[in-house]
Design a protein around this ligand. Structure first.
Ligand SMILES: [Fe+2]
Length: 155
């Protein structure tokens, strides 16, 4: 089991998306730490948070792809849905008492890296063109993007 480090080659060139991907990396590392403590309750909580955050991120990302008119949106949504299902299966195994942390860690790290470098990088040019300058900065409160953030991420 290994910790994951964010590296610049994971950037899709869209600030708001990069920030969310970094947060997912944080969760992967929290999962790693929670496993190291051996506390099942802590692991359960991090797992729940990771899934909830990833779902919010996927929803947000898909809304941006839709707005930018990205032609492979449907395929991208399918990839997200499959991944959520896969992680859900790990969660079910965890709940039934299995120690899934190691296996899940490996899958999360490789899935995230591959997904960012392939599917996410594929939409980068289209979305950046659509977003213009706003791709380079965090969304401002009250802007369309800021509102979308609030809609997908509770609180
Ligand atoms: Fe994605």
């Amino acid at each position: 089991m290994s910790a994951m480090t964010w590296t610049d080659d994971l950037s899709v060139g869209i600030e708001v998306i990069d920030a969310q991907h970094m947060r997912i990396v944080d969760y992967i590392n929290q999962l790693h730490q929670a496993h190291a403590t051996g506390e099942k309750a802590l692991l359960s909580r991090v797992l729940e948070e990771l899934i909830e955050y990833t779902q919010s991120h996927f929803g947000f990302e898909e809304s941006i792809l839709e707005e930018a008119g990205y032609v492979f949106l449907k395929a991208h949504q399918r990839v997200h849905a499959l991944f959520i299902r896969k992680v859900g299966q790990f969660q079910a195994r965890h709940i039934s008492g299995e120690d899934i942390a190691q296996e899940l860690n490996t899958i999360l790290v490789s899935w995230l890296i591959n997904h960012i470098k392939r599917e996410d990088s594929d939409y980068s040019a289209t979305v950046r063109k659509h977003m213009g300058e706003s791709a380079k900065v965090p969304p401002k409160q009250g802007s369309r993007l800021g509102n979308a953030l609030r809609r997908f991420f509770r609180g």
